[in-house]
Write a protein that binds this ligand. Structure first.
Ligand code: ATR
Length: 283
């Protein structure tokens, strides 16, 4: 019997996840069906229960339900527990297993697709909301020399850095040695090799207050957002001297590949799927 999966969100009609997972399944010879499911804003637990009762094996979760999925999970992966949010659910009897593949997807896109090794890098993470939080543990696992979180509300960046200060690093010691957080004003005089935008500033059409000299020679500016053409953050970063810019389309595909692995135990190849999506987006 075909195993059924879906993505829950609101809105969900324009989700690219069904097409991505259909392409993975075809390439890996896996017999799955994957649909987009609109859940009412106050009806997420009920929508999940109905999907489970109908034999659903797992689901992705997107805006605005990731925190609710975290609370609904009866067991969490360590990375989901750290992220405080769940984007991947797996149903097994009465168990609802919650995982978070967003940060791993981000890191894989940066390291594998964009050939930017994290080890020894000075990384700046812009924003201290859910998207930033989900990225922190996987970024720290990449052994950066520094990971600074800058946020409009500096207290949120400081609190986030403090919450991720106790992670044992692969190179030894605790993450307190490399992580910090504060305001945009604190960025004056500093420069970074990798600058990741995890704010939603561009949704309101606002530029970020980034000081001159922020982008080191050869630096990569990465926007978790994506769209047709260059995002506002990419344009700003390029104008301020970033050597390379990338949007978050690769993160979308890589987090999906990680979710596919959680469910099926097979990690799909992503190159062709990402190229296809890029073509569709540009059309
Ligand atoms: P998400 O789940 O996408 O991370 P979120 O949790 O609402 O969404 O977080 C949005 C992030 O974008 C926050 O870091 C927010 O900064 P504040 O904590 O100060 O609100 C940031 N953000 C949103 N609009 C912004 C703007 N115009 N300038 C700078 N940062 C902005």
């Amino acid at each position: 019997m075909t195993d059924r999966y879906c993505v829950f969100g609101n809105p969900i009609a324009h989700s690219r996840s069904p097409a991505i997972h259909a392409a993975f399944a075809a390439a890996c010879g896996q017999d799955i069906a994957y649909a987009a499911c609109l859940a009412a804003v106050d009806g997420f637990p009920q929508a999940v229960a109905e999907f489970c009762a109908a034999g659903g094996k797992g689901a992705n979760v997107t805006v605005p339900f990731k925190e609710e999925a975290f609370r609904l999970s009866t067991r969490l992966s360590e990375r989901a527990a750290r992220a405080g949010a769940v984007n991947t659910l797996a149903f097994n009897g009465a168990e609802i297993f919650g995982d978070n593949t967003d940060g791993a997807g981000l890191v894989r896109d940066i390291a594998a697709n964009l050939n930017c090794a994290l080890a020894g890098q000075r990384i700046l993470l812009l924003g201290a909301g859910g998207a930033a939080r989900g990225a922190l543990a996987p970024l720290l696992a990449g052994q950066p020399a520094e990971l600074f979180i800058a946020n409009r509300s500096a207290d949120k960046a400081e609190a986030l850095a403090a919450a991720f200060a106790d992670i044992a690093l692969p190179q030894g010691g605790l993450s307190a040695a490399v992580i910090g957080g504060g305001s945009f004003a604190q960025l004056a005089g500093k420069s970074f090799d990798l600058v990741i935008n995890a704010t939603s500033a561009s949704l309101s059409g606002q530029a970020l207050p980034l000081p001159p000299g922020l982008f080191a020679a050869g630096s990569l500016a990465y926007d978790m957002m994506y769209g047709k053409g260059e995002t506002p953050f990419m344009a700003q970063a390029r104008a301020q001297g970033a050597a390379r810019c990338a949007d978050g389309l690769g993160m979308l595909v890589e987090q999906a590949a990680e979710a596919f692995f959680v469910w099926r135990g097979v990690l799909p190849k992503t190159t062709a799927v990402l190229a296809d999506l890029r073509r569709q987006l540009a059309a």
